[in-house]
Design a protein around this ligand. Structure first.
Ligand code: C5P
Ligand code: MG
Length: 188
């Protein structure tokens, strides 16, 4: 299995690149943000609860997202591999993911971080907010909180994967096609 963590702040291009990568490499796209938004749209209890966090730019509790990821992995045990997009978001989530994948004998292959500065990220998120309908992309205070949460809770995962020799950075400021080319070089 090729199991890739596509890492980076909100607006870095994780979703965009995941769409392309899954097509080329036939991997499963596991986006916890997409799953949470689908639950919200379906009006489930989980979706309603998750929305309270999403609209503030806070993180849904670890045990909730870890459970979602475990379900998705277990539904796809014959997959060629997964692209984890927007997960893990905390060191506890990273540890839980390692435990699940190690048990299956298919650990994370690489953690690839898309690096983009905050001015560019803010521009991208506000632009996306004009068409995505995502309230968390339309409000600058929420966007700032998402960066804060990312820097405090998520960024420590860089060291976590680096310590395993799995961390790689890619310049996410480049054009979509260029970034995709850089990612393919790593995956091939
Ligand atoms: O990954 P994405 O940016 O689509 O996530 C949108 C929102 O969903 C996050 O700001 C957060 O509120 C929630 N989320 C979360 N935990 C995750 C993934 C997403 O709380 N692992
Ligand atoms: Mg996304």
């Amino acid at each position: 299995m090729k199991n890739i963590v596509l890492f980076g702040p909100p607006g870095a291009g994780k979703g965009t690149q995941s769409e392309r990568l899954i097509e080329k490499y036939k991997l499963i796209h596991l986006s916890t943000g997409d799953i949470l938004r689908a639950e919200r749209k379906a009006g489930t209890t989980l979706g309603k609860k998750a929305n309270e966090y999403i609209e503030k730019g806070e993180l849904v509790p670890d045990e909730v997202v870890i459970g979602m990821v475990a379900n998705k992995i277990n539904e796809n045990l014959n997959a060629i591999g997964f692209i984890f997009d927007g997960f893990p978001r905390t060191t506890a989530q990273g540890e839980a993911l390692d435990e699940m994948l190690n048990k299956l004998g298919h650990p994370i292959t690489k953690m690839i971080a898309l690096e983009v500065d905050e001015d560019e990220l803010t521009k991208r998120l506000l632009l996306r907010g004009e068409t995505s309908g995502r309230a968390d992309d339309q409000d600058e205070a929420t966007i700032r909180n998402r960066f804060k949460v990312y820097n405090n809770e998520t960024l420590p995962l860089k060291d976590y994967y680096d310590a395993q020799g799995k961390y790689l950075g890619v310049n996410g400021m480049n054009r979509i096609e260029t970034v995709f080319g850089d990612l393919c070089k790593i995956l091939d």
